[in-house]
Design a protein around this ligand. Structure first.
Ligand SMILES: [Zn+2]
Length: 291
């Protein structure tokens, strides 16, 4: 069990109609909560660390902890560099034992995205590392709390959505194992009710021939998740919702506590809260019981 290629994991999810949850885990507490949930739920899981989070937790510090968690887990685990943009982050992550890379070339024009993504795939393939690419652009609005630089009005720009025909060409030319597609989701907190373009998603899935990844999962309803999975999404990235929910609980707990609060008590409660939120996500994504 334990370490498994992300490509294989996602192929199984596509075949059997569920999505593998991919959690951004920026410290040991998150990793422990998520792995405990995965083991109890018998769910495959992906732990990831985003380049945008390196300022909170250096890659070199979290990588050995993630590799250890992956190796010892009783369920299939992959560890992924999330939104790798720099060549140094991508090669460092592979060197430190990540077995999957999400290379995000979505800010470049098409040909440059193809060129850069292909370069990453060429190196990754020789090391048995899976690669997820992004075509189209899943926005990151400034007010959404996901450290985005995008203008808030960008969420209405459907020209940024993934084009199905171009997706097929992109996958053929780059050789990626999975495609992050844009069809109405947003990174961070939703500034208005999300509307997913499920018809487009279906066309992308039919054209792509590789598993589809949905970013910006926080704030979607359970029925949105289910609809997206039914239309071909095999991996869903999730962070913002969990990060906020766990802190809401922590605030309530601290407000109610009268005596001294020891850090270790606080920590154990935090791990428990991460675990329970991860468990709910695994049930919603139908990954529970699939390991
Ligand atoms: Zn993302």
């Amino acid at each position: 069990m334990a370490r498994i290629a992300m490509s294989e994991m996602l192929r199984d999810a596509s075949r059997r109609g569920y999505a593998v949850p991919c959690f951004n885990a920026i410290n040991l507490d998150m990793i422990r909560g998520i792995i405990e949930a995965a083991e109890e739920e018998r769910s495959p899981v992906i732990l990831c660390h985003a380049e945008i989070h390196f300022k909170y937790t250096p890659l070199e510090q979290i990588a050995p902890i993630m590799v250890d968690a992956m190796t010892r887990a009783k369920v299939p685990v992959s560890i992924l560099l999330d939104h790798g943009k720099s060549f140094s982050a991508v090669t460092n992550a592979m060197h430190l034992g990540f077995n999957a890379i999400m290379f995000d070339g979505s800010e470049y024009e098409y040909e440059e995205n193809v060129r850069r993504t292909s370069e990453v795939v060429k190196i990754a393939k020789t090391l048995g590392v899976s690669v997820e690419g992004e075509l189209g652009y899943v926005t990151r609005p400034r007010s959404g709390g996901a450290e985005g630089e995008d203008d808030d009005s960008i969420i209405d720009d459907t020209s940024l959505y993934t084009d199905p025909a171009q997706a097929r060409e992109f996958i053929e030319r780059t050789g990626i194992d999975a495609l992050a597609a844009a069809f109405g989701t947003v990174h961070g907190v939703y500034l208005k009710k999300p509307e997913l373009d499920l018809q487009r998603l279906e066309k992308i899935r039919d054209a792509a021939g590789v598993p589809i990844v949905m970013h910006g999962g926080s704030g979607l309803s359970d029925s949105d998740f289910i609809a997206a999975i039914d239309k071909g999404v095999a991996k869903i990235n999730y962070y913002t919702g969990m990060a906020l929910k766990v802190m809401d609980h922590a605030k309530e707990r601290l407000a109610q506590s009268k005596d001294n609060v020891f850090y270790h008590e606080f920590m154990m409660n935090i791990i428990h809260d991460f675990k329970e939120d991860a468990r709910q996500i695994m049930r919603t994504f139908r990954s529970s019981g699939q390991a």
